[in-house]
Design a protein around this ligand. Structure first.
Ligand SMILES: Nc1ncnc2c1ncn2[C@@H]1O[C@H](COP(=O)(O)OP(=O)(O)OP(=O)(O)O)[C@@H](O)[C@H]1O
Ligand SMILES: [Mg+2]
Length: 369
């Protein structure tokens, strides 16, 4: 099995963007923070873009809150900044950047804007990539570590922004804009008649006011559609570039590994820079000389109930550890050209920087500067 060297990854000067992805709850946010800390302590100017992390993580980084701009993390031997994606203000900034000033005002104050900006699938992925694009344009950063949104599928980070941008161009969107436009531009009579009918039905279903807001919003936002689509393409190109490295995180469970494997295949097929797998929360068998079977047999002849219970407990751990090692070996065998790192589960919550350093217990402490 080829092992993924995380230290070499954050040290690699040809890599500037490290993307932590994987399905829900596998440890993307935690590992992004831990990797970024490591990169900073190895002497690179690092920023970590986290998404929706627990307050605890912000506190562990010595910050009361994380917000949409990078803040310096105090108390480390190096330069680390941390931030948390704020979808709404990232979108507001985009509207301000792309729309004409009077249009921008109209869009931002439209009641429909708020709901559409938070409810459309893919918005979070889109905004995360937008933020990444902004960070990448800033020469302050040697390394940008990116956490990805808690989607059901890791693929969303690649595909959802394009789909979202496509929505703006869709028939549905045009339908909403149609009445606002029909009067101004001489549309074909029959066409606008049928649209008016559809519009009538829609307004019964979703409510006239909402539909009016939506129409006005779409019409005002129309000048942005091209911009959104182009940005989605540009941020995709950034992900595909050689300076990027994807780390695909999985839990040591069959379905999680299958998903990671599927995602990695997609990256490889699309010629995206896949660095390797990280299998997180792997069970450690601390008494590996006593396997599950031997432990259970010993429990039957144990001299005390306490010893028997301990042996049975160990048998469970040993069995699970063996099972996980088999899964990891299968993952590696299915991807002979790819590297795999494993990280064991820790018992305590992450409360401070030392806990975050402890995510990679096998790494040498970073040299003091
Ligand atoms: N190696 C580990 N050992 C023990 N607990 C861990 C480990 N890695 C992550 N956790 C814990 O698992 C939980 C989920 O981790 P995290 O939030 O990093 O996952 P995520 O992939 O970002 O989740 P989401 O998809 O919801 O964003 C957290 O409580 C975290 O502290
Ligand atoms: Mg997360």
């Amino acid at each position: 099995m080829r092992s993924l060297d995380l230290d070499a990854l954050v040290r690699d000067r040809t890599k500037r963007i490290i993307v932590c992805c994987g399905s829900g709850g596998v440890g993307k946010t935690t590992l992004a923070a831990a990797l970024a800390l490591r990169g900073a302590e190895l002497g690179r100017r690092t920023v970590v873009l986290t998404i929706d992390p627990a307050r605890r993580l912000a506190q562990a980084l010595g910050l009361e809150e994380l917000d949409n701009t990078p803040h310096p993390v105090p108390g480390i031997n190096g330069e680390l900044h941390a931030m948390m994606l704020d979808m709404k203000s990232t979108l507001d900034d985009m509207v301000l950047a792309y729309a004409k000033p009077e249009r921008a005002e109209e869009i931002l104050t439209n009641p429909f804007y708020e709901s559409i900006s938070s409810s459309l699938a893919g918005t979070q992925e889109y905004m995360a990539r937008e933020k990444l694009g902004q960070l990448a344009a800033d020469t302050r950063w040697d390394v940008i570590v990116v956490d990805t949104p808690p989607s059901r599928s890791a693929l969303d980070f690649l595909d959802a922004p394009r789909a979202l941008a496509g929505f703006w161009d869709s028939r549905m969107a045009r339908l909403l804009v149609a009445p606002a436009r029909a009067s101004g531009r001489g549309m074909l009579k029959a066409f606008s008649l049928s649209l008016t009918l559809v519009h009538k039905v829609l307004s019964k279903v979703v409510g006239a006011q909402l539909l009016k807001d939506a129409g006005a919003f779409m019409s005002a936002a129309e000048s942005l559609f091209g911009g959104f689509q182009q940005r989605a393409e540009r941020t995709y190109a950034l992900l595909a570039a050689d300076q990027t490295a994807f780390v695909v995180i999985a839990a040591p469970r069959a379905e999680s590994m299958d998903e990671a494997s599927y995602f990695a295949d997609r990256l490889v097929r699309d010629d995206m820079p896949f660095a390797g797998f990280v299998v997180n929360r792997v069970v450690q068998d601390t008494v590996s000389e006593l396997d599950a079977g031997a432990s259970l047999r010993a429990a039957q002849v144990a001299s005390s109930p306490v010893a028997a219970a301990a042996l049975r407990l160990h048998a469970g751990v040993a069995k699970e550890a063996t099972h996980q090692q088999v899964l990891i070996a299968e993952l590696a065998a299915g991807h002979p050209d790819c590297s795999v790192a494993t990280i064991s589960g820790y018992n305590e919550a992450i409360n401070d920087l030392d806990d975050l350093r402890g995510v990679f217990p096998e790494l040498e402490p970073a040299p003091a500067k």
